[in-house]
Design a protein around this ligand. Structure first.
Ligand code: PLP
Length: 397
């Protein structure tokens, strides 16, 4: 590498996205190389011994570290402004490892209730099986956080904006309360992406991503990442990651590195398209509710404006007439695909109550606004007028 980490931290975002942490091999390739290997060889038995006892820092096994994966980790850490990063095989592996690596039986976890279905499962069902005491709160209500964090807690977990209800949480206020309670704050930043919101600037300790979403952004592979202080990564996260093995494939790391190169420009277009689509949807009488953090009708519009540099690409709305009307609408779309993925170049729409959030009890769905007519639209990179035409004809049907 021609420039060191310190120099690269001074680069502007666009430069970091394209060049950050590029490490060329002896062949001087332009694009990042894919090191598709599981193991590494040692010149001597002594070198192997020293690599395992920590006196020599080098690659020893791709479950621990790999050169292509390390480039992705270092580049994402630069972009996020985090001290360190570890990549995982999926976003859920990142969420689970970030929590499980620090929670013990008897510890309290306080989490916002409005979560992606699998995040909800981990917090509300899986971790309690191992003795973690989870308390769910309405993330928008600071009084609820205050009450829950009046008792010491080990960790706080939240999504902002949340999937799929687009609830926005005051990260700075919650982090302050959490730290006073002794908790580490873990933020799932998938909807905002590292381009639009950097939770650590507001006091969060750990940030997790599903890189499957916008970071790849082209529907090709799964991936995830956990970012935090060097101390958190070294002492809490790495031992868990190393021994339980949710490691990212070098090939997927390479796809994600390529995704990062275009992330900023894709996100800018995603947001511009989403605003146009949301503005159109807000004028449609068949929709009883349109949620987009970039519309001043969003209940936390001001907070979203102050916390995010742009409102993201997901728009959620409620079709009048419940499940049958929502299904009729989805089935009538000609361009927008029915899919539970998001952050893709292709616009994707889903019905959370029967897909991503079907496991939740109806009462829990009700609490976070996932009604039978509720749909989530991830606005892609197509021409927004074509998307609006498609939405208009499907609403007429
Ligand atoms: C998709 C998603 C995840 C899970 O990511 P995978 O890569 O699918 O495992 C976690 N959190 C949020 C908010 C998501 O949207």
């Amino acid at each position: 590498m021609k420039s060191d980490d310190q120099t690269q931290r001074g680069w502007a975002l666009e430069t970091q996205l394209v060049r950050g942490a590029t490490e060329r091999s002896q062949f001087s390739e332009t694009s990042e190389a894919i090191f598709m290997n599981s193991g590494y060889v040692y010149g001597s038995a002594e070198e192997a011994e020293n690599s395992f006892n920590g006196t020599l820092e080098r690659f020893v096994y791709s479950r621990f570290r790999n050169p292509t994966v390390a480039m992705f980790e270092k580049r994402l850490a630069l972009i996020e402004g985090a001290e360190d990063c570890r990549a995982t095989a999926s976003g859920m592996a990142a969420v689970f490892a970030a929590l499980a690596c620090q929670l013990n039986a008897g510890d309290r976890l306080v989490a916002s209730r409005a979560l992606f279905g699998s995040c909800y499962y981990i917090c509300a069902e899986l971790l309690p099986r191992f003795g973690v005491k989870t308390e769910l709160v309405d993330g928008r209500d600071l009084a609820a956080w205050k009450k829950a964090l009046a008792t010491p807690a080990k960790a706080v977990f939240l999504e902002s904006p949340s999937n799929p209800g687009l609830e926005v949480i005051d990260i700075a206020a919650v982090s302050k309360l959490a730290h006073a309670a002794g908790a580490t704050v873990v933020v799932d930043n998938v909807f905002a992406t590292p381009i639009l919101q950097q939770p650590m600037k507001f006091g969060a300790d750990v940030v997790v991503y599903s890189a499957t979403k916008h970071i790849d952004g082209q529907g090709r592979c799964l991936g995830g990442a956990v970012l935090g202080s060097k101390q958190f990564i070294d002492e809490k996260f790495t031992p868990f990651h190393r021994h339980t093995g949710p490691s990212l494939s070098p090939f997927n790391a390479w796809v994600l590195l390529k995704g990062l190169e275009t992330l900023e420009m894709r996100i800018a277009r995603h947001c511009a398209n989403a605003l146009e689509v949301a503005t159109f949807l807000a004028q449609q009488k068949q929709l009883s509710k349109v949620l987009y953090p970039g519309l001043d009708s969003h209940p936390q519009y001001e907070l979203a404006q102050s916390q995010m540099s742009a409102p993201g690409n997901v728009v959620a709305f409620e079709v009048e007439g419940g499940k049958s009307a929502a299904f009729r609408f989805l089935n009538a779309l000609k361009i927008i695909d029915i899919s539970n993925n998001l952050g893709d170049a292709k616009s994707l729409i889903c019905h959370p109550a029967t897909t991503t959030h079907q496991r939740l009890q109806p009462a829990e769905r009700e609490l976070v606004g996932i009604t039978d007519g509720f749909v989530r639209l991830s606005v892609g990179l197509e021409n927004p007028q074509d998307l609006i035409t498609d939405l208009r004809q499907a609403l007429a049907a």
